[in-house]
Design a protein around this ligand. Structure first.
Ligand code: HEM
Ligand code: CU
Length: 581
């Protein structure tokens, strides 16, 4: 169904009167997107600082007295959880999802604006509860971001007093927030597309965010129940996950619970989560590449189906995180096979990105640089994943820095590069201003080369057998001096990369006030969000009438057209070619 179900006139929209109504209790998807993004970036900065502290300790052990072993574990945990859930998920779906979906499908807003607003405030609450754990006695939990029982709630684990309770509560609140947002994103895509916007005319960005939202709605409940059940184990002494166990010489009164059950629930959420982050990034990077190479995305239908298939398959691979858990070995065989099958649609996407670039009119703009950077890091991270997907290779590498190098490349750095590219790409639409090109290019090069300097040597460390989540290596016989050298090098590279991020923040803030006024469509993009009557778009997005869509979002360099792009709103005949989907 491609017709708009939200009426063409603006009256049904809630028009705020006061400043507070407009910017604080706002129901406008664009304002909510900014609120989500700024909160996610703020808490992401905390995670970045924590990784800096970890790197200082690993690069220069015995130098920083204020970092004790228990602090290190707390940093690891909070860094990992914040990065994955509170930064990447919130920014890609709550931030980009909110901003882009209505604008790209030609809607005035999300279908349930009030629920959308609530989603943000619950998210903020989740962040505040999480931050509170830094200030309670015992500090935040040091259980590792995977929160495996039984150690998570045992006395020897940092933050077992209150930190773990706040972490579990915060995650549960996050799931509530995500559900309210996710229902909106899915419903808006299905019900509020403007006239002519068929599903197969939607830009890849919307497809990625749409499928990721459906996945979130299916995967997050597993995390939710795991959190509630563990809270009960911790607070009222149930034994869902806790086996009969003695700790520090005393029996704890738990009986019969299954720690492995927790791992299954966690990874039933945790693996799809990787794609909840990756699919929006896949979609967005497809659009960046098409716009900045002035070509249609190669194999659009294949790209869309690959997103759908990857999303579906990723629910059948979760136990590749559990090869060393002691589960039945036949499971390992099944999950290794399903894991490696995902490589097929993923490789198709990579080929199609490269084929889009092939003979394109490549503009090496900053968004394009970040998109190409993503291709590098994603391919490298994906290749090491092919190794780890095999049980016999994973067993010795599990719990070493090889895994740290792998997943930072593929799900840490890759989506972050897309996010940077996307911020540079849409900044002129969001703010009406242009950023400083020279600063942005320095930011790109230092970040791109820097992440290689940081994460490639980690693979080497892992192959030496350097374990993850270790405060210090000490005098360990099997670890050669080169490992210590590599650790120093990584730390120095990380500090340089941090400095480059400050350039980014400076550029974004300064340009907001001083940047030159941006053209309404500086990249010559064909998709709908660039065709709004105002830049930045006003409340209701489209002025008096909703746009009508006549073609897909990728009519670039069409032979015979008068420009090298034909907007989706341009009727067939005359200048543009009609794309028959
Ligand atoms: C320059 C940026 C970053 C640096 C220097 C960095 C560094 C680190 C370090 C040193 C560890 C701990 C290794 C250990 O002892 O086990 C770690 C763990 C982790 N990082 Fe990062 N990281 C960065 C960015 C990211 C990003 C963007 C993500 C997003 C996915 C991320 C996700 C994680 C996760 C999930 C863990 C595992 C935590 C655990 O073992 O419980 N990191 N990182
Ligand atoms: Cu996985």
């Amino acid at each position: 169904m491609a017709t708009a179900t939200i009426a063409d006139d603006l009256r049904p929209l809630h028009h705020p009167k006061s400043w507070i109504g407009k910017y604080v209790w706002s129901q406008d998807h664009k304002v909510i997107a900014i609120q989500y993004s700024l909160t996610a970036i703020a808490i992401g900065l905390v995670a970045l600082v924590l990784s800096g502290l970890m790197r200082l300790q690993l690069g220069f052990p015995d130098t920083f007295d204020f970092i004790q072993p228990e602090n290190y574990l707390q940093y690891v945990t909070m860094h990992g959880m914040i990065m994955v859930v509170y930064l990447l998920t919130a920014l890609l779906l709550g931030g980009f999802g909110n901003y882009l979906i209505p604008l790209m499908v030609g809607a005035r807003d999300m279908v349930f604006p009030f629920v959308n607003m609530l989603s943000y405030w619950f998210y903020l609450l989740a962040v505040l509860v999480l931050v509170a754990s830094f200030f309670v006695p015992g500090g935040p939990t040091g259980a590792g971001w995977t929160l495996y029982p039984p150690q998570t709630i045992l006395e020897g684990t940092p933050g077992h007093q209150y930190g773990i309770i706040l972490m579990l509560a915060s995650l549960a609140i996050f799931v509530v927030a995500f559900t309210m947002g996710g229902l909106n994103y899915v419903t808006t895509v299905l019900q509020a597309r403007t006239k002519g916007m068929t599903l197969m005319r939607m830009p890849c960005s919307v497809w990625g965010i749409f499928v990721a939202s459906i996945m979130g709605l299916l995967a997050f409940p597993a995390l939710f129940v795991a959190c509630i059940m563990m809270l009960l184990d911790r607070l009222v002494g149930t034994s869902f996950f806790m086996p009969a166990i003695a700790s520090m010489g005393k029996e704890l009164g738990y009986e019969g619970g299954s720690p492995i059950l927790f791992q299954h629930l966690f990874w039933f959420f945790g693996h799809p989560e990787v794609y909840i982050v990756a699919l929006p990034a896949f979609g967005i990077v497809s659009d960046l590449i098409a716009v900045h190479a002035r070509k249609n995305i190669f194999g659009y239908r294949m790209m869309v189906w690959a997103i759908v298939i990857i999303g579906a398959l990723s629910f059948f691979v979760w136990a590749h995180h559990m090869y060393v858990s002691g589960m039945n070995p036949y499971f390992g065989f099944f999950f290794a096979t399903s894991t490696l099958i995902i490589a097929i649609p993923t490789a198709i996407k990579v080929y199609n990105w490269l084929l889009t670039l092939w003979r394109g009119d490549i503009h090496l703009t900053v968004p394009m640089l970040f998109a190409i950077g993503f291709l590098f890091t994603f391919i490298h991270g994906g290749l090491s994943g092919l190794f780890l997907g095999n049980v016999s290779v994973d067993v010795p590498l599990s719990d070493t820095f090889f895994v740290i190098g792998h997943f930072h490349m593929v799900m840490g750095v890759s989506p972050i590069l897309v996010i940077f590219g996307a911020i540079y790409h849409w900044y002129p639409k969001i703010t009406g201003r242009m950023w400083n090109d020279a600063l942005a290019k320095i930011h790109f090069w230092v970040t791109f080369l820097g992440v290689y300097a940081i994460f490639l040597p980690m693979h080497y460390l892992g192959m030496l057998g350097v374990p993850r989540r270790y405060f210090a290596l000490g005098e360990t016989a099997f670890i050669p001096p080169s490992a210590h050298l590599a650790n120093e090098w990584i730390t120095i590279a990380a500090l340089i990369v941090f400095a480059a991020q400050m350039l980014f923040f400076w550029n974004m803030t300064w340009s907001l006030f001083r940047g030159p006024r941006a053209d309404p469509n500086p990249w010559g993009a064909a998709s709908l969000e660039w065709q709004t009557p105002d830049t930045p778009p006003g409340h209701g997005n489209w002025g008096p009438t909703l746009p009508t869509v006549y073609r897909w979002a990728y009519d670039y360099s069409v032979p015979g057209a008068d420009r090298d792009f034909t907007p989706q709103t341009q009727p067939p005949g005359g200048a543009g070619r009609y794309h028959a989907t």
